[in-house]
Ligand binder design. Structure first.
Ligand code: CUA
Length: 331
């Protein structure tokens, strides 16, 4: 009975520990070529370094046990010849282990950059305190289609992410897709990603960038190429020239910071909201996109994300309601 209980507990603990390895934000559950390469390298390093660690600790325990057994006896002398044989073996093992790791790193690096120079879909991602500006090259016009906080990737196609920052250093990291890369003001870094596994993933800014660094998340969707094309075509469309109270209030109160293409709102300081209701979350992964959350965010941004650049805009209840209705229609 006791044994059965212990097995059950051990299984439960192992299950909980292993569950931490999968999920939408895990480098141990790759959904793309680059993440797979990195996981392979991590596994190799773990095994080689684990073996070295086991040998060192084993040797230490053996030495301690030996000296404990011989307590009082003279140490040294006859073992010198053995050391002379053991040292070259140990040195050789170290050289071999390091050579294996260096060679593996070299080939992993080559694999990560193998797509450089080939045809790729270009997407600009710019880090802001605390959200992501995302711009896709328009396949029709050649201009840029802008969105925010939600990155769509076509399955199986290499996408070139051109990373920059508008204010401080951020770091782009979608662990299931690729390794992290810094976003530095005044500099451009390039990250090629080839996503393979369909689904939603979660990215997270990986460089401390201020009080709301933890609330700088990114929704990533890997979808079939045809679904991606349809999504991009929908993103390219400006809204029909809006009429009504919501549009008018928005243009006056919010339009100096936010753009809604096709309307009078053309601000550049905050995220483009042309298709905001089609996104999965609000405020860079902080809230699910629901009408209630949207209204709460407009009324109390500083309570939800203290320090955010978005001020609380005092609106009459009827106006706040109209703005929320207007935004929730922007799909
Ligand atoms: Cu942006 Cu941390």
């Amino acid at each position: 009975m006791v044994r059965a209980g212990a097995v059950k507990r051990a299984t439960l603990v192992a299950g909980v520990l292993l569950a931490g390895c999968t999920g939408t934000q895990s480098a141990l559950d790759p959904g793309g070529n680059q993440a797979t390469t990195l996981l392979w390298l991590l596994g190799l390093m773990l095994w080689v370094c684990g073996a070295v660690y086991a040998l060192v600790v084993g040797g230490l325990i053996w030495a301690l046990w030996r000296s404990w057994r011989r307590k009082g006896a003279a140490i040294g002398g006859p073992t010198d010849a053995r050391w002379e044989r053991a040292l070259p073996v140990a040195a050789g093992a170290i050289v071999i282990a390091l050579t294996v790791l260096v060679t593996a790193s070299f080939f992993a690096d080559r694999a990560l950059f193998a797509t450089r120079g080939g045809p790729a879909l270009e997407v600009r991602v710019t880090g802001h305190q605390w959200w992501w500006r995302i711009q896709y090259r328009d396949p029709a016009g050649g201009g840029w289609i802008e969105t925010a906080n939600e990155l769509h990737l076509p399955q199986g196609r290499t996408v070139r992410l051109v990373l920059g920052a508008a204010d401080v250093i951020h770091s782009f990291w979608v662990p299931n897709v690729a390794g992290k890369l810094d976003m530095i003001p005044g500099r451009t870094n390039v990250l090629d990603v080839t996503a393979r596994k369909l689904g939603w993933y979660r990215g997270q800014c990986a460089e401390f960038c201020g009080t709301q660094h933890a609330h700088m998340a990114l929704d990533v969707k890997v979808e079939p190429p045809e679904a991606f094309r349809a999504w991009l075509a929908a993103q390219a469309i400006a809204v029909v020239p809006p009429a009504g109270r919501g549009a008018a209030v928005f243009a006056g109160a919010c339009g100096s910071c936010h753009t809604i293409r096709g309307s009078a709102a053309a601000g550049r300081a905050g995220p483009d909201l042309t298709h905001v209701a089609a996104r999965r979350s609000l405020a860079a992964g902080t809230l699910a996109t629901t009408r209630g959350n949207l209204q709460g965010w407009i009324a109390q941004p500083q309570a939800i994300k203290p320090g955010t650049s978005m001020p609380a805009v005092p609106l009459a209840p009827a106006d706040a309601d109209a703005v929320a209705s207007y935004l929730m229609d922007l799909r």
